[in-house]
Design a protein around this ligand. Structure first.
Ligand SMILES: [Zn+2]
Length: 287
């Protein structure tokens, strides 16, 4: 279902009120970008800024935002990354991105569970901006892009040219606002330039113990989740497990039973855990 235009404006105002500067983006429908070009001739259909200055002029000012959506009522919504919002984002794009991330996690352990948006072909993983991080494509592997200073992401409920609606990954019934859960630090121990060439370093935080495969890391994300975030952690871990299952790197039964055991260990009722795990796996196309 395509969200109404006012849904993008409402989300933009919400993000801005939280202190995340926003900007209006093009929207592409029926093979045509709102900039006027056919989608196959536009450089970034449905994703490029429509405001002068783009993400440099992203704002938290409600009047400016209302003005932009009066001028471009169908605009998608972008969130500026980097120092303005404090966000650093790992963009896992398509099969190559999922494969690259699975390789990294096999070598270094699972990324910390975090706020995640489902995109048309993958996901955006949001972390705290570490300072100094800019933008790049493929730095950590094919299909893995990152956004920091001078960048932005296409945010929910924007509509991709394929018709896919960007959405926040949430456990059933949990608060869909992305700031309902604290953002972990950018996982620099995994995502560093040349990470795949360098020898794995010993890591002191047990959450990121390297070399023990994706499932153990995902289970620890659940075990280490704070009260109030546990259902979300189970959902996140299940979504990520689903990605590994879809790559043939995890057996579905092993993943589901390990996550169920972890959920039970942190006190989640079984029926709730079963539902959340199924929902997470489904979101990744693995169930
Ligand atoms: Zn365009």
């Amino acid at each position: 279902m395509t969200p109404t235009h006012s849904a993008a404006l409402r989300a933009a105002l919400d993000y801005a009120a939280h202190g995340w500067p926003v900007l209006p983006l093009a929207r592409a429908t029926d093979g045509r970008c709102s900039c006027g070009w056919p989608a196959d001739r536009c450089t970034s259909p449905g994703k490029h800024p429509t405001n002068p200055g783009g993400c440099r002029n992203a704002t938290t000012d409600p009047d400016t935002i209302h003005g932009w959506w009066r001028r471009w009522p169908t605009a998608n919504v972008g969130i500026a990354t980097g120092p303005a919002s404090g966000l650093a984002v790992l963009d896992v794009d398509g099969e190559p991105g999922r494969d690259s991330l699975a390789d990294l996690e096999a070598a270094h352990g699972a990324l910390p569970g975090t706020v995640t948006a489902l995109t048309a072909r993958g996901c955006h993983l949001l972390y705290r901006w570490p300072g100094g991080l800019g933008n790049g494509a493929g730095t950590y592997g094919r299909g893995l892009d990152h956004r920091g200073d001078g960048g932005y992401i296409v945010a929910p409920p924007s509509v991709h040219p394929t018709g896919h609606v960007y959405q926040w990954l949430t456990a059933d019934g949990s608060d869909p606002r992305p700031w309902a859960h604290p953002l972990p630090d950018w996982p620099a121990h995994v995502l560093r330039t040349g990470a795949r060439a360098a020898a794995p370093r010993p890591v002191v935080v047990p959450l990121h113990r390297p070399g023990d495969g994706p499932l153990a890391g995902l289970v620890r994300v659940v075990l280490n989740a704070q009260p109030g975030t546990r259902n979300n952690a189970v959902n996140w871990a299940s979504y990520r497990a689903g990605e590994h299952i879809a790559r043939g790197r995890l057996a579905p039964e092993a993943a589901a039973s390990a996550l169920l055991a972890a959920a039970a260990a942190v006190g989640l009722p079984e029926h709730e855990a079963v539902r959340t795990i199924a929902s997470g796996l489904r979101s990744a196309g693995a169930a």
